[in-house]
Write a protein that binds this ligand. Structure first.
Ligand SMILES: [Fe+2]
Length: 359
């Protein structure tokens, strides 16, 4: 039995649909005439309760509905594996329209209820952004499920979700398995994608202190990871005709849990060279409308050259979440012909502020 509504991640031009069962099972998605399975080089997986099934974007956008097919395993054997009868779960799907509305959540740190409550205040949305530190850490599989629980309650499996990793997601005894629960592009958690007229680039800073910091106990190797990511940003720029310069793109946004252009005090003042290069590549080439971040637990909108700008901020930067003990505030974003309108809402039912960004 599925324990959440599916989470329809957008990654590149496809959807990666995450479904979680209460037991070990086979899983597939039917969209149009085709059935897509979660398989490893042709072997349909069953040694896991969460499956991520890739469906071509144009198929789901055209069909506007899909069916999850789940079949619980009784015994997987070398010959004649035994399964229970299949169960089907059908969902409607809404592709992102012109001038969409979305909601941004970061730093919920396992607090599902307050994040969902804040999102509900903003009302109907067309896609959801979960921008890191949604979970407190990666110590248990149940923590991974927090991502799906929030997505399930807000999207019902009917609209796309964009997800990034935050630094807390990278800590805990199961952290190396996080990659089995989120969409990857070519094995990496940084990726671009398109939703209607919006082009987005999710960047991943990894941890927020140097790899040798005692907190990590020799488990971090993010410096090399970030250097590889620099090359990925250059590949995006070299392929701009199919990325941010593609026909029909009206909005270009950068999504990163950590606002990497901020001038943080020690021990968070890391990677000045790499982050300055990212900022410069983005500013000179991509020219995005805005950058969307979390991490600071204090929402705000920052202009290039602001007091916090230590790396050459390429565009307006929105920290789209406030999180304090029993308080949560997130950001609704409505795109229009000349930019977007940001509306901050909180778990107490309040609209906390509105800002316009034109670009
Ligand atoms: Fe963070």
């Amino acid at each position: 039995m599925l324990i959440f509504k599916p989470c329809v991640f957008r990654c590149g031009s496809n959807y990666k649909i995450a479904v979680t069962s209460d037991n070990y099972s086979l899983a597939a998605v039917k969209a149009g005439d085709d059935i897509y399975t979660d398989n490893s080089c042709g072997i349909i997986r069953s040694a896991c309760k969460t499956h991520i099934i890739e469906v071509p974007g144009e198929i789901l956008d055209r069909e506007k509905k899909y069916t999850v097919i789940e079949r619980e395993i009784i015994k997987r054997k070398a010959y004649c594996t035994e399964t229970k009868p299949e169960k089907e779960y059908s969902f409607d799907f809404r592709p992102v329209p012109e001038n969409p509305r979305c909601y941004h959540i970061a730093d919920s740190h396992n607090d599902t209820g307050r994040a969902v409550a804040a999102a509900k205040v903003y009302g109907k949305i067309d896609f959801l952004i979960l921008n890191g530190d949604i979970i407190e850490n990666s110590d248990t599989e149940e923590n991974f499920y927090v991502i799906y629980k929030i997505a399930s309650e807000i999207t019902g499996g009917e609209i796309p979700v964009i997800v990034t990793r935050g630094n807390h997601d990278l800590r805990g005894k199961l952290a190396e398995l996080l990659a089995n629960y989120i969409p990857l592009m070519n094995g990496n958690p940084y990726y671009s994608g398109r939703l209607g007229s919006i082009w987005f680039l999710c960047l991943d800073c990894g941890e927020d202190k140097v790899d040798s910091h005692e907190e990590y106990g020799l488990t971090a190797d993010f410096h090399a990871f970030r250097r590889k990511e620099t090359e990925y940003i250059k590949e995006i720029i070299n392929n701009k005709e199919n990325e941010y310069d593609a026909p029909g793109i009206k909005h270009k946004i950068i999504i990163s849990h950590i606002p990497f252009t901020f001038d943080y005090p020690a021990p968070f003042n890391i990677e000045k060279e790499i982050y300055s290069e990212w900022a410069s590549l983005i500013k000179e080439n991509i020219k995005p409308g805005f950058m969307l971040c979390g991490h600071n637990h204090k929402a705000g909108i920052y202009s290039p050259g602001c007091a916090e700008d230590g790396m050459g901020q390429p565009c307006p930067l929105i920290v789209g979440t406030t999180k304090q003990n029993d308080y949560f505030m997130g950001a609704g974003i409505e795109f229009n012909g000349s930019g977007c309108e940001i509306t901050f809402t909180d778990n107490e039912g309040k609209i906390c502020g509105r800002e316009i960004i034109n670009y």
